[in-house]
Design a protein around this ligand. Structure first.
Ligand SMILES: NC(=O)c1ccc[n+]([C@@H]2O[C@H](COP(=O)([O-])OP(=O)(O)OC[C@H]3O[C@@H](n4cnc5c(N)ncnc54)[C@H](O)[C@@H]3O)[C@@H](O)[C@H]2O)c1
Length: 266
């Protein structure tokens, strides 16, 4: 029987993380590099992805590379995955994490009347279309790996509706596209988990709100609504990713893991 240490090792495996230059993407890169994987950061912000990859290599000693990819483009996704397999020989782990397309459009408001179709189209593209494109393009190499694992990043807002009172007197929004897209990612997880079994495992993490620069009154209301009394930080999501990426979860597929301080428990 393998030890826990052996089951946690990603030595010799190659991981692709979309949105790898962002907040959670950075925490995910750290996690997989620390466990021994070669890490490929796919991001539309190509320079940030390359500098993040250099930081990863310096910190953990594992090979890490940035790829400038718009993951809503079928051609760019296909070419980048082909290039990744040619250069690195395999893909064992895919983390579908990217979000918030830099569409150059005015942000939506909280009210439905202030939400645009243009944002709906741009943002569902990066959240749902890309999950389909990336998974389809990676399915052959993931299948060739004996341990293929896809981890989709959804949100509590793919599971439950927003609480409008949290947003009162703030400029913050929680648009319909986010609910539709994250709900779509949750269901795509179940869909892919049965379609791609038994060669590839597909699971999902649904994080709660990450504390950044939200207005103090929003944070206070959010904290009060959360059983564990606080918003998340990127470190909080690392454990779930480590579990789902490694052989620790070798018999787990099709599951949605809420990492939300208990937000969805009541
Ligand atoms: N931040 C939160 O509070 C929170 C809560 C729950 C779930 N999530 C989810 O976690 C994931 C990561 O969120 P984050 O807070 O780290 O976001 P972030 O904005 O820090 O990072 C997102 C990354 O995606 C990249 N990206 C956007 N469009 C792209 C495209 N077309 N092609 C390639 N890359 C593209 C961006 O350049 C950026 O680096 C998202 O799926 C998000 O919905 C976030």
């Amino acid at each position: 029987m393998k030890t826990i240490q052996e089951m946690m090792s990603l030595s010799g495996r190659v991981a692709v993380i979309t949105g790898g230059a962002g907040r959670l993407g950075s925490a995910f890169g750290d996690t997989l590099a620390e466990l021994g994987a070669t890490v490929l950061l796919f991001d539309i912000a190509g320079e940030r992805a390359t500098s993040r990859a250099a930081e990863l290599h310096a910190r953990f000693g594992m090979p890490a590379f940035g790829y400038a990819v718009d993951i809503t483009s079928e051609e760019q996704v296909t070419d980048s995955i082909r290039d990744a397999v040619e250069k690195h020989g395999r893909i064992d782990i895919l983390v579908n994490n990217a979000a918030y397309a830099p569409a150059g459009l005015p942000a939506d408001g909280f009210e439905l009347a202030d939400q645009s179709l243009a944002n709906w189209d741009a943002q569902t593209g990066v959240l749902v279309r890309s999950t389909f494109l990336m998974t389809r393009a990676s399915a052959a190499p993931l299948s060739a790996s004996a341990t293929g694992s896809v981890i989709n990043i959804a949100s509590i807002y793919g599971l439950v509706g927003p609480v409008p009172s949290l947003y009162e007197n703030t400029e913050m929004q929680n648009p319909a596209y986010y609910a539709a897209a994250k709900g779509g990612v949750v269901q795509l997880t179940r869909y892919f988990s049965t379609l791609l079994a038994p060669r590839i495992r597909v699971n999902c993490i649904a994080p709660g709100g990450i504390r950044t620069n939200q207005p103090a009154e929003f944070q206070e209301r959010y904290n009060a609504r959360t059983p564990l009394g606080r918003m998340a930080n990127p470190e909080d999501v690392k454990g779930a990713l480590a579990y789902l990426a490694t052989d620790l979860s070798a018999y787990v597929t099709g599951q949605i893991f809420s990492v939300d301080g208990g937000w969805t428990a009541w």
